[in-house]
Design a protein around this ligand. Structure first.
Ligand code: NAD
Ligand code: TYD
Length: 350
């Protein structure tokens, strides 16, 4: 039985990856290591928690000795590393957590893999899940490819760029078998309502303002989260060691246009008069260092490994809205406690 460690498996993307692997690979033992920060939630995994090939371990990747012991005890065959601080706005207001978790935490995992696997790395793999934000910002034209030079602007993207470089350094220097993927913006169920799409769904439902940064002209490439999880599956099993793969939805949207679509879908689902939700749009102070445009060229992944996104955006956004409307208890749960305070502070500061 293969033992796979998935870090950050209680978060948004991680929970979809855990679910996919637990269900698709009954002969793998899946270990989900997660600190359960504000963004991690075991309620994301209730459908797999009793499966015999799934095990949850609460722990912090910043604690190096604990990580080394864990690798020694379980002798993992593979690692899919997703644990991170992931929200750009939080990285602007408090960068240190990003440095600890995203950089130090990643190095702790690399050190443990290096120490435990030693030279016996034939069928082992350390897979680092990263973001397209490491490439910086595009103008109106062009796409990020795997050879685009790194040019991160936010503390979040700089911390992910740093961890990507360290993963590559452990490959080049120590021969650690690694693979990296850099993906565009994900959307779907189980995403903490601080990122654009779930935040705006939550706010529309509660008739709260929709804070659009700047003029809403920034462009993002959106990918349905289950398509990302499938890409991770393909890359984990077929990706070439030492390589990087870009993952994207070929689905660029100006924020304001995407928000208007979301407003329409919400009016429709909530039975409100057309145009009601758009009235909540409020233009606020722009995000500092706000990258203008992200766009991914995923030709390498499509050609080499045969992956492509399966869902059209219209279908994905409907599914996503339905998910949040049908999972009110989940939303109530994650927006209780400190959420309201944090969010109101964020909003006031703009
Ligand atoms: P998320 O914030 O929803 O989840 C992160 C998870 O990591 C949480 O469960 C949290 O509890 C856990 N975690 C945080 N610090 C930890 C620590 N010190 N030790 C152990 N666990 C810890 O993030 P996400 O959106 O699911 O992103 C997952 C990964 O994918 C990240 O590495 C992110 O950089 C990358 N990524 C995200 C996107 C996106 O659009 N969300 C796009 C591309 C890449
Ligand atoms: P976000 O979901 O935070 O992802 P990222 O910054 O990693 O791309 O933001 C997506 C886009 O939406 C980004 O251009 C910032 C913008 N945005 C807003 O206009 N208002 C908001 O309240 C949020 C959270 C984001």
């Amino acid at each position: 039985m293969k033992k796979i460690l998935i870090t950050g498996g209680a978060g948004f993307i991680g929970s979809h990856v855990v679910r996919l692997f637990v269900n698709k690979y009954p002969d793998y033992q899946i270990f989900n290591l997660d600190k359960l920060t504000y963004a991690g939630n075991l309620a994301n995994l209730t459908d797999v928690e009793s499966k015999r090939n799934y095990r949850f371990i609460k722990g912090d990747i910043v604690e190096g000795e604990f990580i080394l012991k864990l690798f020694d005890e379980h002798q993992f065959d593979g690692v899919i590393h997703l644990a991170a601080e992931s929200h750009v706005d939080r990285s602007i207001s408090s960068p240190m957590e990003f440095i600890f978790t995203n950089i130090v935490g990643t190095v702790n995992l690399l050190n443990a893999a290096k120490a435990i696997w030693k030279d016996n790395t034939g069928n082992k793999l350390f897979y680092h899940v990263s973001t397209d934000e490491v490439y910086g910002s595009l103008g109106d034209e062009g796409f990020f490819t795997e050879t685009t030079a790194y040019d991160p602007h936010s503390p979040y993207s700089a911390s992910k760029a740093s961890s990507d470089h360290l993963v590559r350094a452990y490959h080049d220097t120590f021969g650690l078998p690694v693979v990296i993927s850099n993906c565009s913006n994900n959307y779907g169920g189980y995403q903490f309502p601080e990122k654009l799409i779930p935040l705006f769904i939550h706010n529309i439902k509660n008739n709260k303002p929709l804070p659009v940064y700047g003029k809403g002209e920034n462009v993002r490439d959106w990918l349905y989260v289950e398509d990302h999880a499938h890409a991770i599956d393909v890359i984990f099993h077929q990706g070439r060691k030492g390589e990087t793969y870009n993952i994207g939805g070929n689905n660029e949207w100006k924020n304001i246009d995407l928000i208007k679509v979301l407003c329409k879908v919400m009016d429709n689902k909530l039975g409100r008069e057309s145009g009601t939700s758009e009235k909540l749009i409020t233009f606020v102070k722009d995000r500092a260092g706000h990258d203008l445009r992200y766009a991914i060229d995923s030709t390498k992944l499509q050609k080499e490994l045969g992956w492509k996104p399966s869902l059209q955006f219209e279908e994905g956004i409907e599914k996503t809205v339905d998910w949040y409307l049908n999972n009110q208890e989940w939303l109530d749960n994650v927006t209780s406690g400190d959420y309201q305070k944090y969010y109101e502070k964020q909003y006031k500061e703009r």
